[in-house]
Design a protein around this ligand. Sequence first.
Ligand SMILES: *[C@@H]1O[C@H](CO)[C@@H](O)[C@H](O)[C@H]1NC(C)=O
Ligand SMILES: *[C@@H]1O[C@H](CO)[C@@H](O)[C@H](O)[C@H]1NC(C)=O
Ligand SMILES: *[C@@H]1O[C@H](CO)[C@@H](O)[C@H](O)[C@H]1NC(C)=O
Ligand SMILES: *[C@@H]1O[C@H](CO)[C@@H](O)[C@H](O)[C@H]1NC(C)=O
Ligand SMILES: *[C@@H]1O[C@H](CO)[C@@H](O)[C@H](O)[C@H]1NC(C)=O
Ligand SMILES: *[C@@H]1O[C@H](CO)[C@@H](O)[C@H](O)[C@H]1NC(C)=O
Length: 803
Amino acid sequence: MKTSASPRFPSFFTVAFFLLFSSSFSETRNFLPRGSSLSVEDDSDILTSLDQTFTCGFYGMGDNACWFSIWFTNSKERTVVWMANRDRPVNGQGSRISLRPDGAMVLTDVDDSTIWETNTTSTDVSRAELLDTGNLVLKDTRGKILWQSFDFPTDTLLPNQFFTKSTKLISRLGRGMYSSGYFNFFFDNNNVLTLMYDGPDISSIYWPDPDFGVFGSHRTNYNSSRVAVFDEMGNFLSSDEFQFSASDMGFGIIRRLTMDYDGNLRLYSLNNETGLWVTTWEAMLEQCKVHGICGRNAICVYTPKPKCSCPPGYEVTEPGNWHKGCKPKFNQTCSQELTFVQVGQVDFYGFDLNYTQSISRDTCSKFCLEDCRCVAFSYRLSGDGRCYIKSALFNGYKSPNFPGSIYLKVPASVGRYESAILSGTNPICGSNDSTIMMGLPSMYDTISKKVKWVYLYWFVSAIGVIEILIASAGWLLFGRHGVPDSVEEGYCAITSQFRKFRYAELKKATMNFKEVLGRGGSGAVYKGVLADERVVAVKRLEGISYQGEDVFWAEVSTIGQIYHMNLVRMWGFCAEASHRLLVYEYMEHQSLDKHLFSRSSLGWKERFKVALGTAKGLAYLHHECLEWVIHCDVKPENILLHTEFEPKISDFGLAKLSNRGGSNSELSRIRGTKGYMAPEWALNLPITAKVDVYSYGVVILEIVKGIRLSNLIIEDGEAQESELTRFVRVVKPKINCKEESWIEEIVDQRLNGEYSRRQVMKIVEVAICCVEEDRDQRPTMDSVVEALLECEDESKIHSPYAQ
Ligand SMILES: *[C@@H]1O[C@H](CO)[C@@H](O)[C@H](O)[C@H]1NC(C)=O
Ligand SMILES: *[C@@H]1O[C@H](CO)[C@@H](O)[C@H](O)[C@H]1NC(C)=O
Ligand SMILES: *[C@@H]1O[C@H](CO)[C@@H](O)[C@H](O)[C@H]1NC(C)=O
Ligand SMILES: *[C@@H]1O[C@H](CO)[C@@H](O)[C@H](O)[C@H]1NC(C)=O
Ligand SMILES: *[C@@H]1O[C@H](CO)[C@@H](O)[C@H](O)[C@H]1NC(C)=O
Ligand SMILES: *[C@@H]1O[C@H](CO)[C@@H](O)[C@H](O)[C@H]1NC(C)=O
């Protein structure tokens, strides 16, 4: 007899009947009555929530390690939400979880010892029930909840589960490990939501960003209620005013917020078709800024995935275990001749003996030499020269945004280091899956699957928007920039100043949309000055039917999270009634085309800087940033020049703002800008990041030649070919034979021979690979950046500081 086959009986009694008298009953059930138990040996001894989303039972790894857990029923790989005994696994034989007659739920091991129990002894608990929310509750006869698993989270928070002053998320130790690890998410004593590394050697707070502090990170410590929660839509709100929305905000999606073992806090959505998790928000956009991941003396680098690496003069302490970091290959004593090795774009956080501003690098190095405790100094070029003397090296990371270097103190006898370039040839973190830290494979597997999904999504949503991009390209920006360079360019560029503006505010800032900077299909761009005196460019989107305000907010806030010194920064947006506006940072100089194709032109140094900076910006969009953005319309008009001709890419991410719908018939209309478009646009192939690589290749060839390659058609008798095709046909074989005579012919005559031959060679080589017809032959933007960096500044690379 089956429950469903007895409609005349109330199903509750039927189920209860079976539970009491038949322990091998295999129908799913969502509760356990008082006096009964679940056994570890029987796989069918589980509870399943009524809507089937969650399952509760024993989760085992091998014979001797089982945990009483709750997991998602439908994810491809079992994803555990909660564990009763994460640090004390029980035996795979003879262990049980029982709801004892005295009211307590008790987990016992094979020897009957109590491993875990609830605080409900001597209460009238009548049953344990797994709710649809993923909450396991103990209820009394009247249905009152006496205990709930939601009060004792492990590393995961679910929708509508309150995060309070008495709860904490603690990461797992590593991949395939369930015991408590080192990364903590909690409300600190100042009422602020915090991420902290709490390891055996050190503990250190890394979020909110310690460089900005509580208020600089737009938090408050005034509200002592200390409560945070996220709803079914994917909106997270905390009493310290921290809030965010999932990038796929909306109902009907299964989500979890997890303190991951790599130190990042992430919100995930379950793709109900593939059963895989997709990241829809993460706290740390720069993974290497998580503290404690690589251990003492080690440096976290992007290759492009985050990996640990030892600085020059140091070696891995214990191969396979980055917790132990790196150890010096020399004896650290003060009684010898000492020198420094410079490692660029690298900093170590904390352990400052002393911080001094406005001094030269030589003075800074003198401070370090004079102090025996000093092992290195960090020197920031931004502003007026900041000097940090370090007593220990922890939390090392490399960041393209870091405007300085670390200088490691080494004995002069150790030898000199030609150049301290960190690369993926160094030992790789987590190369052994069972190593503890940075064993990122699982996370990255998820993400790489996500990438495909995003690509498809972009493909569809690119329709129409491309046209907008063409029309709006090249908004002209004149005048002075309002933000101090030290703030804008420097280390401190990373702050969450993204916000929502009121329409009235923007109307006032632009003096009722008076000064037009440019106009395009998506609307016009106006110059404005905010109340805080920041000069901004306000783009007023028009003529597109948008989704609701909420969706708009979710999508622009994702773009707002993207920041890199080579990307135009979005400061905020406005969505009021039918108004949709975007607020951008204001660029001092015009777009690249105005400089490149006009009578006065750029010098070689600037051209190289633009080529490299643009590559860095695209590499960031493609590889490092949260959303894996494909630009789809890279061209000189979309490369704006900032002070000192630092390039900033504009108009990325806008495809997100269009309607996502679109029928296949419209796919044929997808267009970038003629001349910069990769062949696959015409071939109707799915669009990948390689379309940007192609366009970039055309742009850097134009930078070398100083003319539009895209427009020209050479008529040679009958045959027609574009300037680009001809160029590749002629130059490619010469490069292959290491011939160099072509250089003089192709370089822009306006440079009067003032350029670096080596850099021209490199750019042309890179460009020719980028414009390969076969997209698989094109390099990634990351490798383009690496190739260009090799010849960025030859003299700098070959003369390490203070030998
Ligand atoms: C058990 O502990 C939780 C959390 O500490 C508390 O809210 C609950 O009231 C306790 N239950 C009993 C019956 O003491
Ligand atoms: C404190 O935060 C809670 C939860 O977000 C909110 O309901 C409450 O109004 C806040 N109190 C103050 C004084 O802002
Ligand atoms: C998957 O989820 C989407 C909403 O995110 C929903 O529209 C769709 O029906 C779901 N598919 C299945 C098979 O449940
Ligand atoms: C470091 O010092 C120890 C003992 O003081 C000595 O045995 C060792 O050879 C030294 N190593 C180097 C590289 O000088
Ligand atoms: C930092 O150290 C140097 C040298 O030890 C000293 O001259 C300087 O005054 C110190 N600065 C501060 C702020 O303590
Ligand atoms: C990986 O780690 C496991 C267990 O720690 C060890 O047995 C195995 O030999 C390691 N593999 C490599 C390639 O280091």
